[in-house]
Write a protein that binds this ligand. Structure first.
Ligand code: HEM
Length: 119
């Protein structure tokens, strides 16, 4: 900001367009940067997964990722029991034993991803 005892003889313009009649006095407020939201959790723990061991909340770990399979239980073409078996634990072996190298089950699985298992 500039100030002087006598009338100003220069005009300082700020901004990127001129609006007739618009005068900005003082500095524009500096926009406060939006704070990055702090994640509430670093990841999902095995303890979280172990609690999700029922048909009303079914989480499973496959290759270090946690999946919420609750909605998939009743949609699985191979039957609900195959999915219920995975709830609350590491389901990688069972999943791979049945579906290793199959595109569709892997694609399907990805839509239920919650996030990585915390180290
Ligand atoms: C998260 C885990 C699983 C996912 C996302 C999944 C997904 C799928 C999908 C998408 C199909 C249909 C495949 C197709 O039409 O090409 C399927 C079929 C099947 N799944 Fe799974 N599956 C999972 C776990 C399992 C497990 C653990 C077993 C066995 C214990 C199993 C047994 C079967 C069987 C037998 C079929 C064939 C059903 C039929 O064609 O009549 N699945 N699964």
């Amino acid at each position: 900001m500039l100030s002087s005892r006598s009338k100003a003889s220069v005009t300082i313009a700020v901004g990127d367009r001129e609006v007739q009649g618009e005068v900005i006095r003082g500095a524009r407020p500096t926009p406060t940067p939006t704070p990055t939201p702090t994640p509430t959790k670093a990841g999902y723990t095995m303890a979280d997964v172990k609690l999700a061991n029922s048909s009303s909340k079914c989480w499973s770990v496959i290759d270090g990722n946690v999946y919420d399979l609750t909605k998939w239980i009743t949609s699985h073409p191979g039957g609900a029991s195959a999915i219920l078996f995975l709830c609350g634990k590491d389901g990688a072996n069972a999943f791979k034993a049945q579906h290793e190298n199959q595109g569709r089950p892997a694609m399907n699985l990805s839509q239920y991803l919650l996030g990585p298992l915390a180290p």
